[in-house]
Write a protein that binds this ligand. Structure first.
Ligand SMILES: CCCCCCCCCCCCCCCCCCCCCCCC(=O)SCCNC(=O)CCNC(=O)[C@H](O)C(C)(C)COP(=O)(O)OP(=O)(O)OC[C@H]1O[C@@H](n2cnc3c(N)ncnc32)[C@H](O)[C@@H]1OP(=O)(O)O
Ligand code: FAD
Length: 642
């Protein structure tokens, strides 16, 4: 089946501009011509140490070739180049670029930029972001690492009071980084002023050995990211100069006077940044798994439909389409939301750093908390469906889908455990409902204004705005229901914290609905703004899949469930309409074979030949008889014969 649109043009929509889309193609082509930048053999055949070594080798090679391939100041180009060469299994610079440099930019003063930013950008030093501890990750107020100010030497003493206070999990901490932004409780004259970010040198710049007072190492293998070295870190009364408190927002004077920041949570900017970027990052992972599954489904033939002389492509089964197409729609929807949250973050950081204006923080915190949770969860669901859609071959590492899954679902945990973050958004929703109850609807932000709308009759949706209305109604009802349940408990004398906990499941439901509504609205808005009518029509088909699927999936929140039958029919017909364009919608992401690392999902479609070649290259096939057979299996069989 041929697609009705041009994938290069769609790539420009996905990546935000024709220039970037075409630069991505050029960068992929450049990488394909430099063997030093390719995996030296398939990553699934490597053990952990080989993977870490391979990633480090490629990173050094990349550093060498980078200025010939991209503009070193262009982050988007850099990101693509990294993804192409380094893949997704982790590497020594992963956190350096993602949190260390942005953390320094967000929290450091101009003098601190002078001291460290240039060095970090030139990679004279490598850094990470060390916040989570063995005993606490979610509840930052219970972090135990201390940074006590000693005015006599104008130093902070960083200390790990007990085992639970060891930093645990930071990416690239274990073996690669020689610096870290360490989040520790600032203590001045025995007063705990809460977590603050400090620049800390961990290793000698010449020998790379840990400095005295520092204990650092790797935390061992993980579900994924095994090319990376997530680490542990402890401090034994380790001294750093006063100037190492990142002090753009909060300051300590030499005599120990504390100058507090303009907003208590302004120190969380590195986290907000990653959360703002997660929707696009996860969309990209989802699209990876989907292109593998859809390409394979367009090659694999199994069973018969009308034509009894030739087996059918499995992509023609309605169940296969139902399994895959709603996730294609979500991948696009996440990309478009992601653009919006990145833009909002960039604006916020400008407002905070240039004008000291923190008024946008609460809104962005609520929005990104919900979005990272919903997007990572649905991405995990979508990738797992993609795996199953490939039958047995999906279970093989040759598909690479299990690796993509492991990487993606890390996002359900890092940057705030999903339930915890849904509950952060719920605080915002409850406050909004309380405003309405107190007659202050005018104070509501635009994203929650619908919470004040009156209920109307549920009608079969015909136009997109009808879907949005229905979704708003469901979301509003759930936010009100959860708030009223919570308030009733409080009014009945239950403490606020306990009442909150007794309402928590309902609250997370409200947050999910609110976020799904936001995703739907952003998707519709973006597609409606596309000028190329041809592309807009295709994306309109995708939106149809999305709105019908989302509504059905949330059908339990409707009062009149009889609507669901007509929505089901519209969904089935929209799946059918999407079939001719499904593969090209994914080809439009323009992932190269190098980047995909999937034998099953290669562009050439020679699935069976490629699988056979891959299996033959397994280290187990180097000899016909393994030493373990000689040693254990043959003696066991021989013994049984006696
Ligand atoms: C040369 C060219 C090169 C180009 C570069 C190329 C780039 C190459 C890049 C390479 C790419 C490599 C890709 C690799 C991909 C790897 C990805 C992996 C990344 C993994 C990163 C993971 C890092 C981490 O996980 S870091 C640790 C994260 N930790 C958390 O998220 C902890 C979660 N907990 C919290 O955030 C908080 O504790 C929270 C929010 C739960 C509660 O906060 P807190 O306890 O402080 O607040 P409360 O006192 O409960 O609440 C008071 C009040 O404040 C509100 N609030 C809380 N936080 C915020 C906030 N941030 N902003 C605004 N308001 C906030 C809260 O809601 C309360 O409000 P109320 O009004 O009172 O309700
Ligand atoms: C791949 C990966 C990379 C990471 N990289 C970094 C890094 O670079 N730097 C860094 O500092 N950290 C990093 N982390 C750590 C990560 O940020 C934390 O693991 C994460 O914030 C979750 O915290 P936790 O482990 O304390 O989970 P916990 O909070 O212990 O969660 C366990 C369970 O308790 C529940 N729970 C906890 N609190 C509440 C509550 N208040 N209400 C309801 N339920 C609750 C959670 O929902 C969850 O079900 C990384 C983690 C991973 C997996």
């Amino acid at each position: 089946m041929t697609a009705t649109f041009d994938t290069d043009r769609m790539a420009a929509v996905i990546y935000g501009s024709e220039k970037l889309a075409s630069r991505r193609r050029e960068i992929s082509a450049a990488v394909s011509r430099i063997p030093e930048l390719h995996d030296s053999r398939p990553l699934p055949f490597m053990d952990r140490l080989e993977k870490v070594t391979e990633m480090t080798r490629k990173l050094a090679a990349l550093n060498k070739h980078l200025p010939d391939i991209i503009d070193p100041n262009d982050y988007e180009e850099g990101l693509h180049l990294y993804h192409e060469v380094m893949g997704m299994e982790g590497h020594p610079l992963a956190l350096h670029e993602v949190m260390f440099i942005p953390g320094l930019i967000g929290q450091g003063s101009d003098e601190q930029y002078e001291k460290w930013l240039g060095r970090a950008r030139r990679r004279e030093i490598i850094g990470c972001y060390a916040q989570t501890e063995l005993g606490h990750g979610s509840n930052l107020r219970s972090l135990e690492t201390t940074a006590s100010y000693d005015p006599s030497t104008r130093e902070f003493i960083i200390h790990t009071p007990q085992i639970t206070a060891l930093k645990w999990w930071p990416g690239a901490l274990g073996k690669s980084s020689n610096y870290a932004i360490v989040v520790a409780n600032l203590i001045i004259r025995d007063r705990n002023l809460g977590p603050h970010p400090f620049m800390v040198q961990l290793r000698d710049e010449e020998t790379h050995r840990p400095l005295q007072g520092i204990t650092v190492g790797d935390i061992g293998p993980k579900m994924a990211f095994n090319g990376g070295d997530n680490g542990f870190l402890g401090f034994d009364n380790y001294r750093i100069p006063l100037g190492n408190l990142l002090n753009r927002h909060a300051r300590v004077e030499e005599d120990g006077i504390y100058v507090k920041p303009p907003h208590a949570k302004v120190g969380h900017s590195a986290m907000i940044r990653v959360r703002s970027h997660m929707a696009t990052g996860q969309a990209w992972l989802l699209a990876h798994s989907l292109i593998i599954a859809v390409r394979y489904s367009a090659v694999r033939r199994q069973g018969f439909l009308e034509d009894k002389t030739r087996e059918v492509k499995i992509l023609d089964y309605q169940t296969q389409q139902y399994r895959l197409f709603p996730s294609i729609a979500r991948a696009y929807a996440f990309i478009f939301c992601g653009f919006e949250t990145i833009r909002l973050y960039d604006q916020l950081i400008l407002d905070v750093n240039k004008h000291g204006n923190t008024s946008g923080m609460a809104d962005l915190h609520a929005l990104t908390s919900g979005l990272k949770s919903v997007v990572t969860y649905q991405t995990g669901e979508g990738i797992e469906q993609a795996r199953m859609a490939c039958g047995g071959h999906g279970y093989s590492m040759a598909s690479y889908i299990s690796e993509i899954y492991g990487v993606a679902i890390g996002g359900c945990t890092y940057e705030g455990e999903n339930m915890v973050m849904l509950l952060q958004l719920a605080r915002y929703l409850v406050k909004s409902v309380e405003l309405i109850k107190n007659g202050k609807s005018k104070e509501l932000g635009p994203m929650v204004a619908y919470l004040a709308e009156p209920d109307t009759q549920e009608k079969t949706p015909l136009e997109l705005k009808d879907y949005v209305k229905l979704f708003q109604m469901m979301s509003k009802r759930q936010s009100w229901k959860a708030t009223e349940r919570y308030l009733k408990l409080v009014e009945g004398g239950v403490s606020r914290d306990v009442a909150w906990n007794k309402t928590a499941v309902e609250l997370t439901r409200a947050s999910r609905l609110h976020t799904r509504l936001y995703i739907m609205e952003t998707f519709i808005r973006r597609v409606s703004s596309i000028e190329d009518m041809n592309l807009r029509m295709v994306l309109r088909d995708l939106v149809n899949v999305h709105v019908n699927y989302e509504l059905l999936d949330c059908g339990i929140y409707l009062h009149d469930v009889s609507l669901l039958d007509s929505i089901k029919n519209q969904l089935y017909s929209s799946l059918h309409s999407l079939r001719p364009n499904a593969l090209s919608l994914l080809d439009s992401f323009q992932f190269s074979d190098i980047q995909l690392r999937s034998v099953l999902g290669r562009r050439d479609g020679h699935v069976y030949e490629n699988l056979f070649e891959w299996a033959k290259s397994s280290p187990l096939n180097v000899s016909d008889v393994l030493p373990s057979v000689d040693r254990y299996l043959r003696p066991m069989m021989e013994k049984a014969k006696l």
